[in-house]
Design a protein around this ligand. Structure first.
Ligand code: ADP
Ligand code: ZN
Length: 218
């Protein structure tokens, strides 16, 4: 089973993916987390990735696809995975379709999170992440119990370099140009499930995750 998460930066892809992952018992795989791990560990590939990620630009498709292939070949992903952020351009989607043909796996659903733009920018700038376990918090929507400290592991919370307002605006432009067209691509394949995630209508990650699982059962 393959589930693809689409949505703007900080739209809640990772949070929804985590909940669905627990419900279905398949791993949630975040491209950003994998890239940032390489960057902090200063691996050879990490040095290359850093150029793009710190500027809020997209990493070249060939690198993304290579890393996705590698990750999906790991044991825990043998029954499938939830891809959070991995498919962000049409060429990536096409390359992934080819990869699936070869492995005989298939995409079950593509979840597109629709979040009002003002809320996106708020979510980006209020986002905090645990240095140790990568848990994600929001200083307004879902703060940690003790400021700056992770509830789950006691690790220190930090703000990503690219989560400033200015860089977020750039990432949002990249999203509209490169990633948003993917909704049409997957709609044409009959795989798209678009759903609103917004505090304005009190519809947040738990409810969205529940609906994703229900959609899969249809
Ligand atoms: P967000 O959740 O805010 O969208 P991510 O953690 O998913 O951020 O991604 C962080 C950065 O990593 C992106 O801004 C981009 O530079 C790079 N990146 C992640 N996934 C991809 C991808 N599929 N294609 C190209 N670049 C990517
Ligand atoms: Zn933690």
């Amino acid at each position: 089973m393959i589930i693809i998460m689409l949505g703007a930066p900080a739209s809640g892809k990772g949070s929804v993916a985590e909940i669905v992952s627990e419900k279905l018992n398949i791993p949630a795989i975040s491209s950003g987390d994998i890239f940032r791990k390489h960057i902090t560990e200063k691996t050879e590939i990490g040095l290359k990735l850093n150029e793009y990620v710190t500027k809020g630009e997209l990493v070249p498709d060939s690198i993304v696809i290579e890393m996705l292939k590698e990750r999906l070949s790991e044991e825990d992903a043998k029954d499938g995975a939830i891809l959070d952020g991995f498919i962000r351009t049409i060429p990536q989607a096409e390359a992934f379709d080819k990869m699936l043909e070869e492995t005989g796996n298939k995409i079950n659903i593509v979840v597109n999170l629709e979040v009002p733009e003002q809320e996106i920018l708020e979510r980006v700038t209020n986002r905090r992440i645990c240095k140790k376990c990568k848990a994600v918090y929001n200083t307004v929507l879902s703060p940690s119990k003790v400021e700056g400290i992770c509830d789950k592991c006691g690790g220190e919370l930090y703000q990503r370099d690219d989560d400033t307002l200015e860089k977020a605006k750039n990432r949002l432009n990249v999203y509209y140009k490169e990633t948003a067209p993917l909704t049409e691509y997957y709609k044409n394949k009959g795989l798209l499930y678009s759903t609103v995630l917004s505090k304005s209508i009190n519809r947040m990650k738990d409810e969205v995750a529940k609906d994703v699982v229900a959609e899969l059962g249809k």
